[in-house]
Design a protein around this ligand. Structure first.
Ligand code: ADP
Length: 230
């Protein structure tokens, strides 16, 4: 689906040039659960920004379904992407509005579908006001894991082709993170997942793993039990 080939990206300021990517190649296949891991500064965020068309590479090509990304309607492409950041800010509003962000075209059934897919419908159903439950300031009435599930539902509600998670479970306790990993495993096949993660559990759940080191990507052999070390 998305093919990144031989990408170079240099960030330039008046005095410094940072070679963030140095000939990186990476593919995201239709319906796969891909994980990208690597130390801080290795280029993970740059890869995401290039994939969603926020940045252009200095060298190399990015194609979507065989078409160069610069020829693709970038707004249409972004609508096909659901993004889950590390720290989700929830509105001091209902679960419903936190998922729809006020989009009037989204119906209750769409929100219930997204919550279900994000593994959140069960806990929402136990709340006295269900979808109309107000989550509190910054979502304070929910646990961290519950907030991240609402964030995943928000990213899924428009039925994206690609779900990008940017260290989305790194602040969670083990149990919540494990539950979200299972949710992602269930979702894979229905859409493509690109999970940026330091986390081993997430890495092991993915169908393919790229390890980023100094702006290049290496496909990790996950077939053996001890092939991945960090
Ligand atoms: P990661 O997400 O793996 O931490 P990044 O893609 O954010 O890596 O960064 C890769 C390299 O590019 C780092 O050395 C970082 O300092 C540098 N970098 C990232 N964004 C900018 C920017 N806007 N201006 C200058 N340097 C940047």
């Amino acid at each position: 689906m998305l093919v990144m080939k031989d990408l170079c990206k240099i960030y330039r300021t008046d005095t410094v040039e940072t070679h963030a990517l140095r000939g990186l190649s990476l593919t995201v296949d239709e319906g796969e659960f891909l994980s990208v891991t690597g130390p801080s500064g290795s280029g993970k965020t740059t890869v995401v920004d290039l994939a969603i068309g926020l940045l252009r590479p200095d060298k190399g090509t990015i194609t979507l379904d065989g078409k160069p990304l610069q020829e693709v309607d970038i707004q249409a492409w972004r609508k096909m992407i659901g993004y889950v950041p590390q720290d989700t800010i929830l509105l001091h509003d209902t679960i419903m509005r936190n998922v729809t962000l006020g989009d009037p075209t989204l119906q209750k059934a769409d929100v219930e579908w997204a919550l279900q897919a994000a593994g959140a419908l069960d806990f929402v159903a136990t709340m006295p006001d269900g979808l109309e439950t107000v989550v509190g300031e910054r979502g304070g009435k929910l646990s961290g894991g519950q907030r991240q599930r609402v964030a995943i539902a928000r990213a899924l509600v428009n039925k994206p082709r690609l779900l990008i998670l940017d260290e989305a479970t790194s602040a969670l306790d083990h149990e919540s993170e494990d539950a979200i990993r299972r949710t992602l495993e269930d979702l894979s096949g229905r859409l493509s997942i690109l999970a940026i993660s330091h986390n081993r559990a997430m890495v092991h759940a993915a169908s393919r793993v790229y390890d980023l080191q100094a702006g290049t990507a290496k496909l990790v052999d996950t077939s053996g039990s001890t092939s991945f070390s960090k």
